[in-house]
Design a protein around this ligand. Structure first.
Ligand code: ADP
Length: 451
């Protein structure tokens, strides 16, 4: 049991975790870089420790400095948030070795899910539907690889087992492209990732991105909290997310959710996690599991009424979940718009000092952000400065509320993608829902030719 939590992250998620800790009466320790020293959540923490300069590798990715900060501050647990060290099995091990609680799943689960081949095998064994293709790494023999590709049927995709962030994958449209793609992906995997293995699967041309949120404790309670549709993406980055996913067969979602829960039970999963799927032609295909809290968790909180971060912390404290699957009732619809500091026309990151930050409000509106007038948006980290979440009885009502909220949100000093969101809200395909993961890229290209 712990009552002092070190938050090993920054930005909106550092504030989000801090709020959950305060609601539970836990003390918070925030580590930060020099450039984040004046951030709102730093001032609100019970204790703050500057552990280095702006560079992420010397601060938020610096396990040794974070562990030292935990030791000197007397923290008993570490919440890694998302990104940075959140999916490092090694860091989870180090935290445990230091006698502290890692607020996340066991290191072994992170390790298995970090290897996409091992993850796929584990999922298939649990009956979770996967993308067609073998759940083993590709052999060295090119003749064997060719035979496998032919069996799957082109187009196929070659992926690094240890890949992440959309890197280390290549689409192959015919046999003539196979050898080159294989060589390139192999060398990329060997260089960029600790795991040099590559694997192959069917390339789906027009999938949607649907994911399932799970929450598990160590007392045998494994829950799934509904699905999210995160198909509006740009360069593999999610831009808008919603719960529930429009137009899906509820009985099918139910079956997949139960399979995810079964997979969690088999691997001994604990805490919050997300199963990511591609969905095409009425079928789900598992691609990976994220073993951490996600940026888009608020849409599920808005539809289920649960505080996912608080539950994550409760589970890490060894407490049982107080809800059962039968208690989970998703109500209404929620949409999240990621507010990025970027040029809405070129989409290039924008940094600087925010001179005005007027936050919208009203029924069904939630804004998760660490921003305020005078806040700095450093160029050193990702460009997410906040999230605007709208909830309504129906999708139409949620979108109508989002439209008003976005018009009230005023940010000066840095450029934001708010105008992009406003344009997207006027797009008939977006309003209808159910578009594929390439829709936004196509829409942006078409817009560029219109301008
Ligand atoms: P990462 O860990 O790098 O995010 P993922 O396995 O989640 O890797 O894949 C990232 C993205 O690549 C997916 O969201 C999807 O757009 C695309 N992708 C991956 N596998 C496939 C596939 N089999 N067919 C089509 N697109 C795919």
């Amino acid at each position: 049991m712990f009552d002092k939590v070190l938050i090993a992250n920054r930005g909106e998620i550092a504030l989000r975790i801090q709020r959950a800790c305060r609601a539970m009466g836990l003390q918070t320790i925030v580590i930060h870089s020099e450039i984040d020293r004046d951030a709102r959540y730093v001032a609100l923490a019970d204790q703050a420790l500057c552990i280095g300069p702006a560079s992420a590798s010397r601060t938020y990715l610096n396990a040794a400095a974070i562990l030292l900060a935990a030791e000197v501050s007397g923290a008993q647990a570490i919440h890694p948030g998302y990104g940075f060290l959140s999916e490092s099995a090694e860091f989870a091990d180090q935290v445990a070795q230091a006698g502290l609680t890692f607020i996340g799943p066991p290191a072994d689960c992170i390790r298995t899910m970090g290897d996409k081949v091992a993850a796929k095998r584990a999922m298939r064994e649990a009956g979770v539907p996967c993308v067609p293709g073998p759940d083993s790494a590709l052999p060295d023999d090119p003749v064997e690889v060719r035979a496998t590709a032919r069996q799957i049927g082109y187009p196929v995709i070659i992926k690094a087992a240890g890949g992440g962030g959309g890197r280390g994958m290549r689409v192959v449209r015919g046999e003539h492209e196979l050898d080159d793609a294989l060589t390139l992906t192999r060398s990329e995997a060997a260089q960029a990732f600790t795991n040099a293995a590559v694997y192959i699967e069917k390339f789906l041309e027009k999938p949607r991105h649907i994911e399932i949120q799970v929450l598990c404790d160590q007392h045998g309670n494994h829950l799934w909290l509904g699905e999210r549709d995160c198909s509006l993406q740009r360069r593999n980055q999610k831009v808008v997310e919603e719960a529930s996913a429009p137009g899906l067969d509820r009985a099918l979602v139910e079956r997949v959710g139960q399979r995810c829960v079964e997979a969690c039970r088999r691997i001994g999963y604990r805490g919050a996690g997300t199963f990511e799927f591609l969905y095409q032609d009425g079928a789900f295909f598992f691609i990976e599991m994220n073993t951490r809290v996600q940026v888009e968790h608020p849409v599920t909180e808005m539809t289920t009424g649960l505080d996912i971060v608080k539950e994550q912390i409760r589970v890490a404290r060894g407490e049982p979940l107080l809800i059962s699957q039968a208690d989970i009732a998703c109500s209404g619809h929620a949409v999240e718009f990621r507010i990025n500091a970027e040029d809405p026309a070129t989409l290039a990151p924008s940094s600087g000092t925010v001179s005005r930050w007027d936050v919208p409000g009203g029924i069904g509106i939630r804004v998760d952000s660490h921003m305020a007038a005078g806040a700095i948006v450093p160029r050193h980290y990702d460009s997410l400065i906040g999230k605007l979440i709208a909830h309504g009885k129906t999708r139409e009502e949620a979108l109508a509320r989002a439209r008003i909220a976005l018009s009230e949100l005023r940010v000066d000093g840095v450029l934001t993608n708010v105008p992009l969101h406003q344009e997207i809200l006027n797009d008939p395909t977006f309003r209808q829902g159910g578009y594929d993961i390439h829709y936004l890229e196509r829409w942006i290209t078409a817009r560029a030719t219109r301008i």
